[in-house]
Design a protein around this ligand. Structure first.
Ligand code: BTN
Length: 270
């Protein structure tokens, strides 16, 4: 089966570059942006051999997993562009819900199949990581910002030994291909990208994201480079920062970090 865009993505003007294998769809999208491509355009591959994860971690996608990136050129500051990651999480969660209900209606309500959004940019199935999102951006002379939203989903295989346990759709009993998920995701992205509306709609994105947030109100420890902030996950603010309420009652805004919830929060804080 080949990768194809959904009808809403096509109507909205998205184009597609599909590969059998490639180092990184994010790297390819950024390279095209440097060469003058302005999008909106999807990059997708059947196998990714040198993918990039958050915090400079590798993200390898074996054949059968979904590695895809969207290139958008946006007239907004990097801080506003960063909030697109929340729209991407919502788009992926909606696509996963739709395809898993279609593929296995019987197990759609089970705990393992409950999808949630983990700050900043992960999608969980139950307590396990199913997908990750990496935003990268570069200024393009006189034309704003080229933003690349990279989305990696474990369709057939998940990495082992990761700090947050990972799972795949196959392990959850959802028997669908990366191509099918991609088509649904491309339409779902079109919908949430329109709600985001160059950042003007972040209030609505934030509201929808918080409805699906993992760990809200729970103990949390966030590793931010050299230090750890521990407390309770209060909310995300109107810039997308995670707000942590510490035991002294302070509300600490966090713009980047690795998040540990519940019993792992004490491990994270150690
Ligand atoms: C994370 O660390 O959780 C983010 C992972 C993002 C991986 C995706 S796969 C498609 C795109 N291309 C890349 O090189 N990375 C992103």
């Amino acid at each position: 089966m080949a990768f194809t865009l959904g009808p809403r993505a096509i109507s909205a003007g998205y184009r597609l570059a599909a590969f059998d294998h490639i180092g990184s769809t994010n790297a390819e999208a950024l390279s095209r942006a440097r060469d003058g491509e302005r999008g909106p355009m999807w990059f997708v591959t059947s196998e990714q051999t040198a993918g990039r994860g958050r915090r400079h971690r590798p993200w390898i996608a074996p054949r059968g997993n979904l590695a895809s990136s969207i290139l958008e050129t946006i007239d907004a500051s990097p801080a506003v562009a960063a909030t697109l990651g929340f729209a991407a999480g919502l788009a992926l969660e909606a696509a996963l819900k739709k395809i898993s209900i279609d593929a296995s209606p019987g197990s759609a309500g089970s705990d393992d199949m409950k999808f949630s959004l983990k700050w900043p940019n992960d999608v969980l199935a139950g307590q396990q990581k199913l997908a990750g999102i990496l935003l990268e951006a570069e200024a393009v002379a006189g034309e704003g910002l080229a933003v690349v939203v990279g989305i990696g989903t474990n369709v057939v295989a998940a990495p082992e030994g990761t700090p947050t346990p990972a799972t795949s759709l196959a392990a959850l009993g959802v028997d669908i291909g990366a191509e099918e998920l991609f088509t649904t995701l491309s339409d779902s992205w079109t919908e949430f990208r329109a709600i985001w509306d160059h950042g003007r709609g972040f209030g609505e994105i934030r509201r929808l994201w918080l409805e699906r947030a993992a760990g809200l109100g729970q103990p949390v420890a966030v590793h931010t480079g050299g230090s750890t902030v521990a407390g309770t996950f209060d909310t995300i603010d109107d810039t997308g920062c995670m707000m942590v309420r510490t035991s002294s009652g302070d509300r600490v805004p966090i713009s980047a970090g690795d998040v540990y919830f519940g019993s792992t929060a004490s491990v994270g804080a150690a």
